[in-house]
Design a protein around this ligand. Structure first.
Ligand code: C5P
Length: 220
């Protein structure tokens, strides 16, 4: 018998970076550690949710008592997310998905040439959270906005453009919080308004966010 604010609910969380191959030995990615997404997954488990963590490559150990799906690319993360969307109550997109991937993955290692410059062509990756939020059976959908300027305005635009129910805005220009840090400070924004949560550990913040999502989901 499971108790907690999310007992009997299915929560799916994306976390970490994605990695897009250039050739058999090289890739493009970003500095996302996965810490916020893993902390949210842990907090969802503690709140009694049936939890699925879909993760790009990170250095973190998968938390216990959840279904862990390891992916590499944005396209793999999208496929896993669509598969897990069935019966999903709350979808949380904490992953730092690569916006673009190389148009072609070279079959062989790209060799150095006599030229000083090398040009690679990129194509846009699918927007995972926007795809989930466009489903006929849309879960309560939460996104993140990591911004270095115009934080609230950009986050509000993303909330609307991606059809999210809630967005967590964090200012990556502040040292000690956000990307790769152990702490975070965020502004939670939805259609009804916004609320600030000051700097604290990602574990503590995750528990508070999960409690908030559970409440908002219940009221939705
Ligand atoms: O547009 P931007 O990348 O800043 O949006 C961030 C939010 O959208 C995050 O919740 C991120 O997980 C999600 N996202 C996504 N798929 C993408 C790009 C972003 O799910 N291709």
């Amino acid at each position: 018998f499971v108790t907690g604010a999310l007992a009997g609910k299915k929560v799916v969380i994306t976390a970490g970076p994605t990695r897009e191959a250039i050739d058999p030995v090289r890739y493009i990615s970003n500095h996302s550690s996965g810490k916020m997404g893993y902390a949210l997954a842990q907090a969802a488990v503690e709140a009694g949710a049936q939890t699925v963590l879909i993760s790009g490559p990170t250095q973190l150990a998968a938390p216990d008592r959840l279904e862990f799906i390891a992916v590499t690319t944005a396209e793999e993360m999208l496929a896993a997310s669509l598969q897990q969307a069935a019966g999903c109550d709350v979808f949380i997109a904490a992953a730092a998905v690569a916006d673009y991937r190389p148009v072609q993955v070279a079959a062989q290692k790209i060799k150095k040439t006599g030229d000083a410059n090398l040009t690679l062509e990129f194509v846009k990756n699918p927007d995972i959270v926007a795809t989930i939020a466009a489903l006929a059976e849309k879960p309560f959908t939460v996104g993140f906005a990591a911004e270095s300027e115009n934080l609230i305005a950009y986050a509000q635009q993303k909330l609307a453009r991606k059809n999210l129910d809630l967005i967590i805005a964090n200012n990556i220009a502040v040292t000690g919080i956000g990307f790769n840090a152990d702490d975070n400070a965020v502004t939670v924004i939805d259609k009804t308004g916004q609320q600030e949560i000051s700097q604290r550990s990602k574990q503590q913040l995750a528990r508070e966010l999960i409690a908030l999502f559970a409440q908002k989901f219940k009221d939705s």
